[in-house]
Design a protein around this ligand. Structure first.
Ligand SMILES: CSC[C@H]1O[C@H](OP(=O)(O)O)[C@H](O)[C@@H]1O
Length: 357
């Protein structure tokens, strides 16, 4: 996409996900596998299409896949009604099926657990309507959550000129604004000169493709760099802070995020650069004492060996493709949540901020 086209684009972003119609409606997603070159939509008219959209990262990012899965339960009920099948049975089967789409982001399971409660409580007559209303409520709650994360986090970037981020934790990873980018958007409103370095984030390039697209469309000055360039940038004193998202945070503050986050935290600590994680309370997994138990998604080898269909790894080579890594709490300066700032990052402060339940 040429820079002129980007400059003429509206600063508002298209909705990451939206429900179209009533209880017999469908879930419409912007197809993130096509961005930034094509702005096209992927409609989920079945639970299988919803599961596929989550697995293929048509929709991605911890909050967004939770919201998509919630709507996926409504899609399953709509299908059952059309087929005159047992809608409650279909909804419960959809919840179990959608839980198999991706293992790391706890928001997926947090959302599905809430949907299961509604499905079990609703009468037959109110089932379809109540499930859809719950999915919409989770969607709306996330809008508020992202805004709160932005407001809590912006002051931490006071005086920062250059902020580095990894992957995409923006509007495309949530309902709108996102988590790490919500902080950046809020800081940018106060400091229009704020500049962002976006790690391209191999192998799927969420930073180059999605974060740069969001920020450029939103009028935030952004520079894309290869992941292996971040260390020398910090060594040169060109990074004032790092802000990233998270997919699952253990009770002691250990945080799973896109692969490549952990080395970024090490380098940031070595160079005295503040390292912030931004995440809603729904990203915390209270059942895990530390990050050792966080399931790490292993993805298809071809994402590494044949990026975008072009073979780059030699035949006969094995491929290692974990989608996430875990950054220990002691390397995180603060966790920015919708309920406030966790700093220093330890189990006591996590429990105080997110509550124990
Ligand atoms: C706001 S959560 C975003 C989080 O999710 C991304 O992973 P993926 O693109 O595989 O869904 C990445 O870890 C982001 O930080």
């Amino acid at each position: 996409m040429n820079s002129e086209l980007v400059k003429t684009k509206a600063s508002t972003l298209p909705p990451t996900l939206q429900w179209v119609g009533g209880i017999d409606g469908f879930l419409r997603l912007i197809d993130q596998t096509k961005l930034p070159v094509e702005e096209v939509y992927f409609d989920c008219n079945s639970v299988e299409q919803t599961h596929d959209a989550i697995y293929r990262l048509v929709v991605r990012g911890a909050p967004a896949i939770g919201i998509a899965a919630a709507y996926g339960v409504s899609v399953a009920i709509g299908t059952a009604m059309k087929e005159q099948a047992d809608a409650r049975k279909a909804a419960l089967a959809a919840i179990d099926y959608l839980a198999t789409s991706r293992p790391t982001a706890v928001n997926l399971f947090w959302a599905l657990d809430q949907m299961r409660v509604v499905v079990n409580e609703a009468t037959d007559q109110e089932l379809a309507d109540r499930v859809l209303q719950k999915a919409k409520a989770i969607h709306e709650q996330d809008r508020q959550t992202c805004a709160a994360i932005g407001q809590h986090g912006a002051p931490l970037l006071n005086g920062c000129r250059n902020v580095l981020t990894h992957c995409n934790a923006g509007a495309l990873a949530a309902s709108e604004k996102g988590t790490a980018l919500a902080v950046i958007y809020a800081a940018h409103e106060l400091q229009p000169e704020l500049h962002v370095y976006a790690d391209e984030t191999r192998p799927l390039l969420q930073g180059a493709r999605l974060t740069a697209w969001e920020l450029a469309r939103s009028g935030v000055d952004v520079t894309v760099l290869c992941d292996n360039m971040a260390a020398s940038l910090m060594q040169a004193g060109k990074v004032d802070a790092v802000v990233v998202g998270a997919d699952r945070i253990a009770a002691n503050g250990d945080a799973a995020n896109k692969i490549g986050t952990y080395p970024l935290a090490i380098v940031a600590r070595h160079h005295g650069v503040p390292f912030y994680v931004a995440a809603p309370v729904s990203t915390f997994d209270r059942t895990l004492a530390d990050g050792a138990g966080i399931p790490i998604e292993q993805r298809d080898a071809r994402e590494v060996s044949h990026p975008y269909g072009t073979q780059t790894a030699a035949d006969g080579a094995n491929i290692y493709n974990p989608a996430f890594d875990v950054t220990p709490a002691e390397l995180i300066t603060a966790i920015i949540t919708d309920q406030g700032i966790i700093q220093p990052v330890n189990a006591a402060n996590v429990a105080k901020t997110i509550g124990l339940s």
